[in-house]
Design a protein around this ligand. Structure first.
Ligand code: DQA
Length: 149
């Protein structure tokens, strides 16, 4: 049997990680974070597929395509987190666990970052832990997919 699939989604501007505001987001690139997630997934018996897009519709369509195919979604939606009701609705129509992930802690930053439209449809939220969040998000998915104890 093939391992359960986890869709890792990266929203707008995350392709610039490494060069973008390193004092906030660190110096690791998105490829580094994906490598971390893939390794943590493999260690937990999960396959990870990653998509980055700067386009809201592409992220929404990826959530649609995950229905019935992916067991869980990990999403760092970037700024879409704070206003994309389209992403909210798409995630609400996804059956499995959704882990909302942020490198920084948006709640400790600008007021407009304090609202997340993803949180109401997320199973869990990981924020403020930098790149370690990618490993922790896959550990969280493994725990959420495991039979309840
Ligand atoms: C972010 C936080 C968001 O507020 C911001 O728009 C991002 C990155 C994070 O990972 O800390 O693009 O999601």
């Amino acid at each position: 049997m093939s391992p359960p699939l986890v869709l890792l989604l990266s929203g707008p501007n995350l392709g610039l990680l490494g060069a973008r505001q390193p004092e906030i987001y660190g110096t690791a690139t998105l490829a580094d974070h994906v490598e971390t997630a893939v390794a943590a997934g493999a260690a937990a018996g999960l396959a990870v597929e990653h998509l980055q897009s700067d386009h809201e519709g592409t992220i929404v369509e990826a959530v649609h395509a995950a229905r019935g195919r992916a067991a869980a979604i990990v999403v760092n939606a970037g700024a879409l987190t704070h206003y994309s009701w389209a992403l909210h609705d798409a995630l609400a129509a996804f059956d499995g666990p959704v882990v909302e992930l942020h490198l920084s802690n948006p709640g400790g930053r600008d007021a407009w970052r304090h609202t997340s439209v993803v949180t109401p449809v997320a199973t869990a939220v990981i924020a403020g832990l930098g790149g370690a969040g990618y490993r922790l998000a896959l550990d969280a998915v493994a725990s959420l997919l495991a039979p309840a104890r």
